[in-house]
Design a binder for this molecule. Structure first.
Ligand SMILES: O=C(O)CCC(=O)C(=O)O
Length: 395
């Protein structure tokens, strides 16, 4: 084991103590809350060992696992011919981590939706999320020590978080967005990959402003992302394909205008982040800017996903992805949604009862009262998630 400096050695010793304590579950109720918040309860041994060996300079921000090879590439449901995938298509998805693009709405409809989004959604305070601000605490703060200049909860920072919050899960209070995600073109294709019973649990809006640098490379299957300790997404089998993302362009997204880019095949394994433990040399608030993904990005072949306004593609959010810079004078807009097997439990009982923490955003007591999953297709035989009462096609 090579421990380069004393900060790293100290970190490893602390982590070993927390990891052992995390495994002794029966004593958790009597531990002080401050200590409990330091326990990596949702980590497996590989995650601990990687962080320990590296003195905390390599950290998983997602649950470490590998994707199992599928035993069959047959579509999991039969659908109308216009949405039909072949076995070759499904094999392509399993090998590469994406498929598409496909047509969804006309470019005129996409433009109208973009206008609606900009004028009537992302600038209107979300009624879905209530939260309070708090400096990063617990394990997340230990893992990602902030440099001094970002430690402040400035007004500017609070506005930034508000704008992020306003873009998240707006399908719950915006029928137009919900209706878009419920289109058979998306649902029927997703069901062939995931199975007949599927839910939508998260959506987001993404702007790459004129001449902005795009979205950094990342993987995002929402295992630990929120507080670095516990999983947000809990499928029956972590190594199965349990979730996919649908990404819909509301403006053209091409090599001039901030299109998505991904590294085919990287969805088969989760990679750690590389960090500087001495002091944070990265100081942006966007979560994965706090570390660079530990993958030879420069040597890999990048696939640009160029799409026209109104088209979408499906991908595994575990594939290493990002968006390239927007060189044009107008914003690139897109919306996405995460679609999962209905057997996946999102958020834990404790998160519902005690309020959720998104420590990397410096927010606590996030109320999940208004959060609901949407049954997109089939039935929910599990009852793990509160469902929004809305029939398909409403809106
Ligand atoms: O649209 C973007 O720039 C990023 C989208 C993204 O990261 C995602 O859909 O997971």
């Amino acid at each position: 084991m090579v421990l380069i400096n004393r900060f790293e050695r100290r970190f490893s010793l602390k982590l070993a103590f927390w990891y052992v304590l995390a495994k002794i579950k029966f004593i958790h109720p009597i531990l002080p809350k401050k200590l409990r918040n330091l326990l990596p309860t949702g980590w497996n041994f590989h995650m601990f060992w990687t962080a320990f060996k590296s003195g905390g300079t390599r950290i998983y921000n997602d649950y470490y696992c590998k994707l199992k090879e599928s035993i069959s590439y047959k579509p999991k449901v039969s659908v109308a011919p216009e949405f039909q995938f072949s076995e070759e298509d499904i094999k392509f998805f399993y090998n590469n981590g994406y498929i598409g693009p496909f047509d969804l709405i006309s470019s005129e409809e996409a433009k109208n939706l973009r206008d609606h989004l900009v004028n009537s959604v992302v600038n209107i305070p979300s009624k879905i999320w209530e939260y309070e601000f708090q400096q990063e605490t617990g394990l997340a703060a230990e893992l990602f020590p902030d440099s001094e200049d970002t430690n402040e909860l400035t007004e500017e920072y609070k506005q930034y978080i508000l704008s992020q919050v306003n873009k998240t899960d707006r399908h719950i209070d915006d029928p137009k967005l919900l209706n878009l995600f419920q289109q058979p073109s998306i649902v029927e294709r997703s069901a062939q990959l995931l199975g007949p019973d599927i839910i939508l649990w998260r959506s987001d809006c993404f702007e790459v402003p004129p001449h902005a640098k795009g979205t950094p490379w990342h993987q995002s299957s929402h295992w630990l992302l929120h507080n670095m300790r516990e999983s947000v997404a809990n499928p029956l089998d972590r190594e199965e394909l349990f979730q996919i993302t649908c990404w819909i362009a509301l403006t053209d997204a091409n090599r001039e205008k901030g299109c998505m880019t991904l590294i085919p095949g990287t969805h088969k394994e989760i990679y750690p982040l590389k960090l500087n433990r001495k002091a944070s040399d990265v100081n942006t608030t966007y979560r994965y800017d706090k570390g660079e993904i530990d993958y030879p990005i420069d040597q890999a072949s990048h696939k640009l996903i160029e799409v026209k306004a109104g088209q979408f593609f499906l991908f595994s959010e575990r594939v290493i992805h990002g968006a390239i810079p927007n060189k044009t004078d107008s914003s690139r807009w897109a919306v996405n949604c995460r679609i999962a097997k209905a057997s996946t439990r999102f958020f834990s009982k404790k998160m519902f009862e005690e309020g959720h923490q998104i420590t990397y955003h410096k927010v606590k007591n996030v109320s999940l009262d208004k959060w609901k999953a949407i049954l997109l297709r089939g039935t929910d035989r599990f009852g793990y998630n509160p469902l929004l009462e809305q029939s398909i096609g409403d809106g």
